[in-house]
Design a binder for this molecule. Structure first.
Ligand SMILES: *Cc1c(COP(=O)(O)O)cnc(C)c1O
Length: 391
């Protein structure tokens, strides 16, 4: 399996077949497992083997299949599946940090990630320094000899700044800090984060991994030592585990993720190119467009611009008019879905931020985040052009 390409792993890695030899992965909807004897139960609690299970909060065969498949795709030794992306972010950080520790984080974060770093960790005595993630000098200045963890979104939400995994990891590793990357926007398809220096990769499986807007989920990926020694004890006792039914959906999502994400990214690229050359918008932000400040880095790090672009309609009034005029693209706040989705971050996902922070992060009143789906690209372009014509 080690020599398989990502697309083959996405279909076959991690499979555990029962005595019936089923083709499609079985859903083991069970919270617990029966032991042959009292002695066997005792032995399993002392040491749980690879294909032995105790309780679904600790692990389950369907969940293990998902963990092994996504870990194989990412090139990680192991993974722990979680109830949501936020359970993964929280679990990765809370499992390894303790009072008195220092962490450095990029400032441009998904609202709930910011809440964990700014409100939760600090409440438990962890000191967090925030930096502009694209500024390597700022990372170098903030990382100290006692820094334990470094956290960032490899592509930030919703302004799509690309952070240099290799360079930040080098700075972090010089002081022995663990690099935790929230890799949602890069997707497992375009990610090579572990090779580039990430120690821990976190995904919200709710996004591209499911890809069809059905369920919440997440995963923490890293070394076997970190996952089984640090993450699992924290997760299994605090309750943020993934359900077997969700794991089955995510396994099925992974089977098609390569085809879906590559098609979505190709459409996003076309839309960004066309909207940019139409010249009607104040700004088109897409890491795959040459005008993006980190275009070269995006190409080197991911080889593509991803499935999301952000456009600036100029004002909140114009942004709302644009959103309300769209006929195919729906107004919602998920991303990575088969359905194209438009979001106004300033009044929804990032509403909580003070105006000064929004301005600092580039979350302008006119900004609209577009998650590109699987519809016909020409229909999506026509939908956007039609809505923009009315502005
Ligand atoms: C959506 C998202 C999360 C949270 O994932 P949930 O599955 O909604 O809990 C975390 N980070 C990023 C970058 C996201 O886009």
């Amino acid at each position: 399996m080690k020599t398989w390409k990502k697309r083959t792993k996405a279909v076959h890695a991690g499979i555990r077949r029962s005595q019936y030899g089923e083709v499609s992965e079985a859903i083991y909807l069970t919270q617990g497992f029966v032991y042959d004897s009292a002695e066997a139960a005792e032995a399993r609690f002392i040491e749980t083997g690879q294909d032995e299970f105790i309780y679904a909060r600790y692990g389950n065969p369907t969940v293990a299949m998902f963990e092994d498949r996504i870990a194989a795709m990412e090139g990680a030794e192991d993974g722990f599946a979680t109830a949501s992306g936020m359970a993964a972010v929280n679990g990765a950080l809370m499992a390894m940090l303790r009072a008195g520790d220092h962490a450095v984080s990029a400032r441009a974060l998904f609202g709930s990630c910011l809440y964990i770093l700014e409100e939760v960790l600090t409440r438990f005595g962890v000191e967090v320094t925030f930096v502009d993630g694209t500024d390597l000098a700022a990372w170098a200045a903030a990382i100290r000899p006692d820094t334990k963890a470094v956290f960032f979104e490899s592509v930030s939400n919703p302004t799509l700044e690309v952070i240099d995994i290799r360079s930040v990891a080098q700075l972090a590793h010089d002081v022995g800090a663990t690099v935790i990357v929230d890799n949602v926007f890069a997707t497992p398809v375009f990610s090579d984060a572990i090779v580039q220096g990430a120690d821990v990769v976190v995904y919200s499986a709710t996004k591209h991994i499911d890809g069809q807007g059905r369920a919440l989920g997440g995963v923490i990926l890293g070394t076997r030592d970190f996952i089984r020694g640090t993450v699992e004890p924290f997760m299994k006792h605090t309750g943020g585990s993934m359900s077997p039914f969700t794991a089955w959906m995510m396994l099925k999502g992974l089977e098609t993720i390569e085809l879906r994400v590559r098609a979505q990214a190709a459409t996003a690229q076309m839309l960004a190119d066309e909207l940019q050359s139409d010249g009607k918008l104040a700004q088109v932000i897409y890491p795959g467009h040459v005008t993006h400040p980190q275009y070269d880095l995006a190409m080197a790090q991911m080889g593509a611009g991803g499935t999301v672009l952000s456009i600036d309609a100029g004002s909140q009034v114009a942004a709302f008019k644009l959103l309300n005029a769209l006929e195919i693209i729906t107004i919602s706040n998920n991303l990575g879905d088969a359905k194209s989705i438009a979001t106004h971050p300033a009044t929804t996902t990032h509403q909580r931020l003070p105006d000064a922070t929004k301005a600092h992060l580039g979350i302008t009143p006119g900004l609209v985040r577009l998650s590109v789906g699987l519809e016909d690209p020409d229909d999506l372009l026509a939908d956007l052009r039609g809505a923009l014509a009315d502005l």
